[in-house]
Design a protein around this ligand. Structure first.
Ligand code: HEM
Ligand code: HEM
Length: 479
């Protein structure tokens, strides 16, 4: 199982992780579509607890973040660290262990959520037995990754590895600290933190899970795959290093912007707001660096769906990282918090940035990994337009819903009573939710097309060999 293909690099584990990532994307997005429908027709839970919105929502978020995103990050991390280090994976058997142990944890964790096991901490819902396994697998991921870097044949550590490295270290720290709990039974524990401290620790975790997993790890992906695919070096290497340190330093302080108007001390909230605004700079620095890198490869951009996905993802990254700092101002947050505006912000990042960059990267990697042409360029182009349409429709619907909710909730009549009841406002949301449902179906449909296209590419090893990797005696594969 740990045999080396392409002479020097261990790529079979990369292919397997890509397959798992696509499977999780389809499953978790199907759940996303189902819960979107439940918000229109609540009775489709058919009175079953395990089909209720409360159980399926964390199944969607855990499936998409831990199943789809982490598998994609492991795949792309293992692929790029070998090539940037000019060395095969350190401890390949451990890499296979990470691959399968992670999938099993996500699967069993998902079932435990359906059964009602939950810590009730968002993005950290899994109970203590899963937390322990996650910590162990994550440390193994770190050993493989940093071991490969330690064995590198060239001195500099390329910038993508700094981002992947930060992802591994920071997520380990956040996960372990936030999950500290006293177990009561096999499926129930209580956090060691209480009250406002619990909230601050939870959102320190929650925001940095977004920061280092959904952003830092994906920036690592961008810094390797964009220049590689555009056939250009990164526009400014110096800017990428400055952006890395500024990003890492500022993110860690910003978590309490999730807790405006709460019992958390005012200075903590103000500091979080300031750090959130500062974050705009490193975020846009990376976006601009990426766009400038591709600007001289505009011909390829017109025809290559993989590159189109990656560049579009940068535009959505820019959008989400502009909107986020704005939402961290208390005066904006008073409208956006508790509304679908947040859900719109989340999915402009999740669909537009995370999913699209992953799709572009998979379209780039899979043909190269098996040494054949992509099965269908046409299907990939159709997928591109479906992904764009789905994302735009999703976020427009949620902005419409969110801003309406925020303003209607805040409106009071002349004697200071609420002008609209919660129930009335929510019943006026059906058209927006219907649009989101359509958007989700389109986005999921595109993902299914990609799954089929890449499956056929993987199955067509006999097809025209266009990317047959050229083996250089010193460093293995040059692609
Ligand atoms: C400069 C960058 C960013 C800043 C300062 C920022 C800021 C914010 C703020 C203020 C909120 C609302 C908090 C609340 O009212 O409770 C939020 C929510 C959220 N953001 Fe961002 N954001 C940024 C980028 C991103 C990106 C790129 C993603 C990628 C997916 C993302 C994912 C999320 C998620 C998942 C939530 C919802 C958390 C929850 O309540 O469950 N953000 N963000
Ligand atoms: C077919 C595509 C998708 C659909 C239809 C969908 C739908 C939904 C729905 C209905 C919710 C619950 C909203 C609420 O509580 O009111 C949700 C939450 C969430 N989704 Fe998705 N989703 C999709 C794709 C994704 C992807 C690709 C990601 C991440 C990469 C993602 C990450 C999240 C997160 C983090 C939340 C929690 C947001 C929060 O608490 O503020 N979703 N999604």
């Amino acid at each position: 199982m740990d045999e080396e293909d392409n002479n020097l690099y261990h790529d079979k584990v990369v292919i397997r992780l890509i397959q798992f990532s696509i499977i999780w994307a389809v499953l978790a997005m199907t759940v996303g579509v189902y819960i979107s429908a439940e918000l229109i027709w609540p009775s489709i839970d058919f009175g079953q607890f395990w089909l209720s919105f409360g159980r399926l929502r964390p199944l969607h978020t855990n499936g998409i973040i831990f199943g789809f995103a982490v598998s994609a990050l492991m795949a792309t991390g293992f692929y790029s660290v070998q090539r940037t280090s000019h060395a095969p994976l350190y401890a390949p058997r451990l890499a296979w262990f990470c691959c399968y142990a992670w999938q099993l944890t996500v699967l069993l964790g998902g079932l435990s959520l359906l059964a009602g096991w939950t810590t009730s901490k968002e993005y950290a819902e899994l109970e203590w037995p899963f937390d322990i396994v996650i910590a162990v697998v994550w440390v193994c991921f770190g050993i493989v990754f940093f071991g490969t870097i330690a064995n590198r044949k060239i001195k500099p550590i390329y910038i993508s590895n700094w981002f992947y490295g930060a992802l591994i270290i920071v997520i380990a720290m956040l996960h372990i600290v936030n999950s500290l709990a006293i177990p009561v039974t096999i499926g129930k524990s209580y956090s060691v933190y209480a009250g406002a401290q619990d909230a601050v620790v939870q959102w320190w975790y929650g925001h940095n899970a977004v920061g280092f997993l959904l952003t830092g790890g994906f920036l690592g992906m961008m810094y390797y795959f964009l220049p590689k695919h555009a056939g250009r070096p990164i526009w400014s290497y110096r800017l990428s290093v400055v952006a890395f340190w500024a990003f890492t330093y500022s993110y860690i302080w910003a978590g309490p912007h999730h807790l405006h108007y709460s019992a958390v001390p005012e200075w903590v909230l103000s500091l979080a707001m300031i750090m959130s605004v500062i974050l705009l700079a490193p975020s846009w620095a990376s976006m601009i660096n990426g766009i400038m890198t591709v600007s001289s490869a505009s011909e390829k951009l017109k025809t290559d769906p993989a590159l189109k996905f990656i560049v579009l993802s940068l535009a959505f990254y820019g959008l989400a990282t502009f909107e986020g700092p704005m939402m961290s101002f208390p005066s904006v947050n008073v409208v956006s918090h508790f509304t679908d505006w947040t859900i719109g912000h989340v999915h402009s990042g999740a669909l537009g940035w995370n999913a699209m960059i992953t799709y572009g990267t998979f379209y780039f990697m899979v043909p190269r990994l098996v040494g054949v042409e992509l099965y269908s360029l046409r299907l990939a182009n159709i997928h591109f337009w479906m992904a764009l349409a789905g994302t735009m429709l999703y976020i427009i619907a949620m902005w419409g819903a969110g801003v309406s909710q925020g303003l209607l909730w805040l409106s009071v009549d002349e004697i200071g009573e609420l002008s609209f009841s919660f129930k009335d406002i929510m019943s006026s949301m059906t058209p927006y939710y219907a649009l989101r449902l359509i958007a989700g179906i389109i986005f999921l449909g595109g993902t299914l097309l990609m799954g089929y296209n890449l499956f056929m590419t993987l199955a067509g090893k006999h097809a025209l060999k266009v990317y047959a990797p050229a083996v250089s005696p010193a460093f293995g594969v040059s692609s």
